[in-house]
Design a protein around this ligand. Structure first.
Ligand SMILES: Cc1cc2nc3c(=O)[nH]c(=O)nc-3n(C[C@H](O)[C@H](O)[C@H](O)COP(=O)(O)O)c2cc1C
Length: 200
C-alpha cells in the first residue's frame, strides 16, 4: 500500500490488537468513564440504546468465576475439563476488570433484533478502541458460559430480553504488545458497476 502521513486516530485504530493476558491496573475510574462514554457514540437505528454492560471487578471476579464455572459444568459442556477450569481460573485471577456485554432487545420496535445486536457490537468496538487509545489492553471472549442461560441470569440478563454477547477483559497488557500484520483491505472489496454479478 502507498505510504501516507499517518493520521494519529487512524494509527490508533490500526495498531489495536486484542490482548488476552492482562494484569492490574485497570483503567482508573475517570478513564473507564471515558471508555464507556465512547460506547455511546455507536450507530444506533431508532436511538434504542440497546447496549448494556455489567462491570465485574475486584473480589467479584473470583465469585463470578465460581458461579459461572459451576453453571458451565452443570450444563454438561465436555470441554470444561479440570485442566481447562484451572486455566480459566488462573487467567481470570490476573484480569482486573471484566465487562459483561449484552443487547437489550426492544421487541416492540420496528428495528430488527439483528440491528440492535449490531449496534451493541459497534458500541463494544468503540470500547475496544478507546481502551487501546488510553494505553490499556482488552480481549473479547465468548467463553465463561456465554451461551449458558444460567450464567446470563446470574448477571441479571434475562435471556428473554437480552442477547448476551460475552465479556471484555480489560487491564494492562502483561507483556509487550507485539506488532501484528493485518490483511490487505483490497482482498475484501469488489466494485459493483451496474451490471448483475454472476453467482459463484
Ligand atoms: C464476538 C467475539 C467473541 C470472541 N470470543 C473469543 C473467545 O471466546 N476466545 C478467543 O480466543 N477469541 C475470541 N474472540 C477473538 C478475540 O477477541 C480477538 O479478536 C482475536 O484473538 C484476534 O485478535 P485481534 O482483535 O487483535 O485481531 C472473539 C471475538 C469476537 C468479536
Amino acid at each position: 500500500m502507498t505510504e501516507h502521513a499517518v493520521n494519529p486516530a487512524l494509527h490508533a485504530l490500526n495498531t489495536r490488537r486484542s490482548m488476552k493476558l492482562l494484569r492490574a491496573p485497570a483503567p482508573k475510574p475517570d478513564e473507564l468513564a471515558q471508555i464507556l462514554q465512547a460506547a455511546m457514540s455507536a450507530p444506533d437505528h431508532g436511538a434504542l440504546r440497546p447496549w448494556r454492560f455489567v462491570k465485574i471487578q475486584g473480589e467479584a471476579i473470583g465469585r463470578f468465576a465460581d458461579v459461572a464455572l459451576d453453571a458451565v459444568k452443570r450444563s454438561g459442556d465436555p470441554r470444561m475439563t479440570p485442566e481447562k477450569e484451572k486455566a480459566v481460573r488462573s487467567w481470570m485471577a490476573g484480569v482486573p476488570l471484566f465487562l459483561a456485554l449484552a443487547a437489550k432487545i426492544d421487541h416492540s420496535s420496528k428495528v430488527r433484533e439483528q440491528e440492535q445486536v449490531l449496534a451493541t457490537g459497534a458500541a463494544v468496538m468503540n470500547i475496544l478502541n478507546a481502551t487501546h487509545m488510553l494505553g490499556y489492553g482488552a480481549f473479547w471472549s465468548t467463553g465463561l458460559g456465554t451461551y449458558v442461560e444460567e450464567v446470563q441470569e446470574i448477571l441479571g440478563l434475562d435471556p428473554l430480553d437480552y442477547r448476551f454477547m460475552g465479556y471484555l477483559a480489560i487491564g494492562t497488557p502483561a507483556c509487550a504488545v507485539p506488532p501484528v500484520t493485518r490483511p490487505d483491505y483490497q482482498d475484501f472489496i469488489t466494485e459493483w458497476t451496474g451490471e448483475p454479478v454472476q453467482a459463484g
